[in-house]
Design a protein around this ligand. Structure first.
Ligand code: SAH
Length: 351
């Protein structure tokens, strides 16, 4: 039997939605510029079949920068004494939503460090208020690991979706990125709990985080295949100067784009953002992400006064621009690349 070419592997992935570990390894090791373009074209075709040229926007509200965890890569880690901490009031958050609604957002993403100040009740009340003010909007939480009962309460209060990247599905690599007491098993368990409760669930990982190799990436894809998430968030790792990984290199935007395309082909209907991290290391990262198969962007709706303090990594895009200006220029840019921002909750298409 003659050895399969990279094109054949891409064709098989596009036709079947899955390939073997060995084929993924070959694809990731051996692709060339032409293969990359071919892969992206296949991913675009699948994206267009389900979502056309539509881009869903999510209003990101970074509601607290306090965190009890200590992930070595993250600028919000508790050991970072230089981090400026803040938390938004309920009023602030509802204000962000009101402004976002007027701009056409129909999903609000509450993202934060694991800040114990926002306990079950506090967050439930907040979710209920947002849903009361905007019954036609989806609420997404991105607030880390919590007991199943807490997830359930927030779901019952009206939360629709939950983003919790698994970060890396490889045990040894997970240990390298986190302190001993943070466990991969716990993180995975949270994801399964969220699924069971009925959330639309998002997972994902960083590309090019310290210690990552191709085997880790294959583990990541395999984990996602088992989980069958409705959303997948991936972006390049970017170092933060006040973390143990300060001196590391950032992940590659090219590899991120290749992985976006692979994920689109594995999960044809998945909600897949072109992330801020990608746009941070590459000026036209958002457009390139969409052209590689992404269909979501998550502009920042946090008040301009706190945006600079939510520093996951260095040089995170944070213009002084008001949300309205930012959305207007985003729309223009995406239109130039052939895409249209829609006013829509942008739920996962079940069938
Ligand atoms: N506390 C929440 C939200 C974390 S911030 C949680 O645990 O899910 C959202 C994501 O930013 C993280 O899941 C991580 O993948 C990413 N991130 C953190 N530090 C980063 C860095 N230095 N470079 C790139 N992405 C980073």
């Amino acid at each position: 039997m003659t050895k399969m070419g990279i094109r054949d592997i891409i064709d098989e992935l596009a036709a079947e939605g899955s390939i073997t570990r060995r084929q993924v390894a070959r694809l990731l090791k051996e692709y060339g510029a032409k293969d990359r373009e071919y892969l992206a074209r296949k991913a675009r075709e699948v994206r267009e079949k389900w979502y056309g040229k539509d881009v869903y926007i999510r209003g990101l509200i970074e509601f607290t920068s306090y965190c009890r965890n200590d992930c070595y890569y993250c600028g919000l880690r508790r050991s970072n004494e230089k981090a400026e901490r803040y938390r938004l009031s309920g009023r602030d958050i509802l204000g962000c939503c009101r402004e976002g609604y007027a701009l056409g957002f129909r999903t609000f993403v509450l993202q934060g460090g694991e800040d114990p100040f926002f306990d079950r009740d506090a967050l439930s009340r907040l979710i209920s208020s947002i849903k009361r003010n905007h019954p036609d909007c989806a609420v997404t939480l991105s607030f880390g690991e919590h007991p199943k009962e807490a997830y359930k309460e927030w779901f019952d209060a009206g939360a629709d979706r939950y983003l919790l990247r698994h970060e890396t599905a490889n045990e040894t690599h997970y240990r390298f990125l986190h302190p001993e007491w943070q466990k991969l098993q716990d993180r995975k368990k949270c994801l399964w709990n969220l699924k069971e409760i009925g959330y639309q669930v998002g997972s994902g990982f960083m590309v090019g985080s310290p210690g990552q190799n191709i085997n880790c990436l294959i583990d990541d894809l395999e984990f996602l295949e088992g989980l069958q998430p409705e959303m997948v968030g991936i972006g390049p790792f970017i170092p933060h100067r006040d973390t143990p990984f300060a001196g590391e290199n950032h992940g590659s935007s090219e590899l991120t784009l290749v992985l976006l395309s692979i994920i689109r082909l594995m999960f044809p209907r998945v909600l897949l953002p072109a992330t801020t991290a990608l746009a941070t290391i590459s000026e036209d990262g958002r457009e390139r992400g969409l052209l590689a198969g992404a269909n979501v962007v998550m502009p920042n709706l946090s008040p301009a006064s706190v945006r600079g303090k939510y520093r996951l990594y260095d040089n995170k895009i944070c213009t002084g621009e008001e949300a309205a200006e930012a959305v207007a220029s985003l729309k223009k840019r995406l239109a130039r690349a052939g895409f249209g921002v829609v006013v829509d909750r942008g739920d996962f298409k079940r069938n």
